[in-house]
Design a binder for this molecule. Sequence first.
Ligand SMILES: Cc1cc2nc3c(=O)[nH]c(=O)nc-3n(C[C@H](O)[C@H](O)[C@H](O)COP(=O)(O)OP(=O)(O)OC[C@H]3O[C@@H](n4cnc5c(N)ncnc54)[C@H](O)[C@@H]3O)c2cc1C
Length: 123
Amino acid sequence: MFEILEKKVWLAEEPRITELLVKAPEIARAQRAGQFVIVIPVAGGERIPLTIADKDAQTGTISLVFQEVGASTMMLGRLEKGQRIPHVAGPLGKPTHIEKFDGAVVCVGGGIGVAPIHRSLAR
Ligand SMILES: Cc1cc2nc3c(=O)[nH]c(=O)nc-3n(C[C@H](O)[C@H](O)[C@H](O)COP(=O)(O)OP(=O)(O)OC[C@H]3O[C@@H](n4cnc5c(N)ncnc54)[C@H](O)[C@@H]3O)c2cc1C
């Protein structure tokens, strides 16, 4: 079970955009940029993929930013701080190839995909 430590609603009008800070130490330690998790929001629910928008290996937390577009993302959005997500599996997917470049770097993202880019640049 994965405890929700914080919840923030970024966009209150539908479809809502919500961020959950979730305790998941092993995933936070192993995560690389561009990877995602598979979440089951409620016991017996369906599996949905969500990108890991941010992580903190020291506090053992990951951030999920998602748009509530259908049944499962709405169920996830109804969970509150202190409640637990039954299943979070990952990190999954091929990490983004990152190199050190001289000069300006342009990062391109779309929709909720901008959340991980914003977090990476904010650091
Ligand atoms: C690798 C990966 C990473 C992702 N990361 C993120 C992320 O970080 N954040 C994020 O917000 N999303 C992300 N997504 C998308 C996210 O997984 C989906 O939004 C989520 O699975 C939707 O599940 P749901 O049950 O809430 O919605 P669903 O019920 O699956 O509905 C999804 C959409 O389809 C429409 N729909 C459903 N059924 C029908 C129908 N019969 N006829 C017409 N329209 C229909 C719904 O209205 C809705 O707009 C990611 C997807 C992938 C593949």
